[in-house]
Design a protein around this ligand. Structure first.
Ligand SMILES: CC(C)(COP(=O)(O)OP(=O)(O)OC[C@H]1O[C@@H](n2cnc3c(N)ncnc32)[C@H](O)[C@@H]1OP(=O)(O)O)[C@@H](O)C(=O)NCCC(=O)NCCS
Length: 222
C-alpha cells in the first residue's frame, strides 16, 4: 500500500506501534479527556482482535497517522450513543466479529502531516474494508472542533446543519462530508470535550455494494 513517489506507507495496525499511536491520539485531540482516547493497552487489543480494520501511516519507520475501527451491531433509527457505550473503558477492543457496521473509532493525522491527503486515503481504506467484509457501511461520532467558536450562538444540531449546507466550515466535519459521509444527527455527551460542551456529529457512509444476507439473491431459486 505505497503511493508512487511518496515516502508514506499505509500498513495494518500492529501492537508494536501502540505507544507511538497513543501519543498521536493525545496530540490530535488536545481538548478531549484522555480517558476517552485510545491508550496503548487498548490499541494492542485492537491489533489482536481486528487488525484488518485499522491502518497506520508510516513516514519512514515513524507512525504519523492512524485510522482505527471495530465491527458493531447498530440501529440507525436509534443513533444516540456515547463513545464509552460503544467502547467500554473496562477493557477489550469493542470489536464484535458479527457486527454489520464498521464503527470508525478514530482517524488522527499529526498536524505536521495534514492536508496531504492522508485522511482521505484512510477513509478510502475503511471503505475497502467494508467492501471486503460486506459490511453495511461506516458509522462514527465525529468531533466538531469548529463548534467551540459557535456554541454560544447556536445549538450543535444547527451548527452541523450549517456545515452540511456549506454555510460554515469545520476542519473535521467538512472533510468527512467531502469524503462521502452524511451527517443525519448529533450526539449528546459523546466524548468528554468541554471545548464543544461534549457534542459530536453522527456520521454515516452507506456501502453501495452491500448485499443483505437476509434477502434472497435474484440468482436464488424461489
Ligand atoms: C480531520 C483529519 C483526520 C484530516 O486529515 P488530513 O490528512 O489533513 O486530511 P486530508 O489531507 O485528506 O484532507 C484535509 C483537507 O485538506 C485538503 N487537501 C488534501 N490534500 C491537499 C493538498 N495536497 N494540498 C492542499 N489541500 C489538500 C482536502 O481537500 C481537505 O480539504 P477540506 O477540509 O476542505 O475537505 C485531521 O485534520 C485530524 O487528524 N484532525 C484531528 C483529529 C480529528 O478530528 N479526527 C477526525 C475523527 S473524529
Amino acid at each position: 500500500m505505497e503511493e508512487p513517489g511518496d515516502t508514506l506507507r499505509y500498513v495494518r495496525l500492529e501492537a508494536r506501534w501502540a505507544d507511538e499511536l497513543a501519543a498521536i491520539e493525545l496530540a490530535c485531540f488536545p481538548t478531549v479527556d484522555p480517558a476517552d482516547l485510545y491508550d496503548a493497552a487498548t490499541l494492542r487489543e485492537l491489533a489482536e482482535d481486528f487488525p484488518d480494520g485499522s491502518f497506520v501511516v508510516l513516514d519512514g519507520s515513524t507512525p504519523v497517522a492512524m485510522g482505527c475501527g471495530v465491527r458493531v451491531k447498530f440501529d440507525l433509527d436509534d443513533h444516540q450513543h456515547t463513545y464509552e457505550e460503544l467502547l467500554p473503558h473496562d477493557g477489550g477492543s469493542g470489536d464484535d466479529p458479527d457486527g454489520e457496521w464498521y464503527y470508525g473509532t478514530d482517524i488522527a493525522v499529526l498536524p505536521s502531516h495534514r492536508r496531504r491527503g492522508i485522511g482521505a486515503r484512510l477513509y478510502a481504506l475503511r471503505k475497502q474494508v467494508c467492501a471486503e467484509l460486506n459490511l453495511r457501511g461506516i458509522i462514527a461520532g465525529g468531533v466538531i472542533p469548529g463548534y467551540a467558536d459557535h456554541k454560544h450562538e447556536m445549538s450543535a444540531a444547527d451548527y452541523v446543519a450549517k456545515v452540511v449546507a456549506g454555510e460554515l466550515y469545520d476542519r473535521t466535519l467538512s472533510f468527512q462530508l467531502e469524503s462521502g459521509f452524511e451527517a443525519p444527527g448529533v450526539l449528546e455527551n459523546y466524548l468528554r470535550d468541554p471545548a464543544v460542551d461534549n457534542w459530536a456529529s453522527f456520521i454515516v457512509w452507506h456501502n453501495p455494494d452491500h448485499i443483505d444476507p437476509a434477502r434472497p439473491s435474484v440468482k436464488d431459486p424461489p
